[in-house]
Design a protein around this ligand. Sequence first.
Ligand code: 6PG
Length: 228
Amino acid sequence: MRTFPDREALASALAEEVAEALRNAIGDGGEATLAVSGGSTPKLFFHALSKAELDWESVTVTLVDERWVPDTEERSNARLVQEHLLWNEAARARFVPLFIDANSPEGALPEVQQRVADLSGPLTVAVLGMGDDGHTASFFPGGDRLEDAIDPTGKALVLPMRAKAAIEPRITLTLPVLLAAKKLVLHVEGEAKKRVLDEALAGDDPLQMPIRAVIRNAREPLEVAWAP
Ligand SMILES: O=C(O)[C@H](O)[C@@H](O)[C@H](O)[C@H](O)COP(=O)(O)O
């Protein structure tokens, strides 16, 4: 775990690293893909990253997970990304949302799955957040599709997820898609989440604390960026 003195320092260091990974991928193959999380933690990071100088036209931005609400709603992760990341330099990036105008994520699954399949190759970068219950992406304890979503050998790219703590139905990239990212980072802030992470590291059951599925299956030790 890398500890930063404050959230601003974390945001600018993480933005610079992510920008560098995107630049490298663009240099190698001409394209880069970035999957980001919703929630409250990423805003400062988004602001810093939006100012990074790179060939944003070659970057596709998508989400690690989405709440099943249109982007006119405050809780939409797409809205968060549009308002906080896709401006300044990053306004030139292409955005691939996980929400489509359908009644349920279950009904939309084939179309969203196709969108994700159409992204070129593995994700260049995925930035995860974590909730106080040890969820990450939409891998919620008690989620109806949790076991499938965190199956490291699963074939699905995206899955719907319903859980009490999730409020709305959700759709999420699956564990194998996240693990395949060339750079995978967990961005967490505050003492409470540090304790949650310690608890996750001290135990085994990923159904209880799904962040464990990422920690245990990551190809390299999971990069964690933390600030108080
Ligand atoms: O849509 C979401 O809610 C997420 O992508 C989710 O997995 C998030 O990263 C954590 O819940 C942390 O959220 P906070 O940053 O708000 O604590």
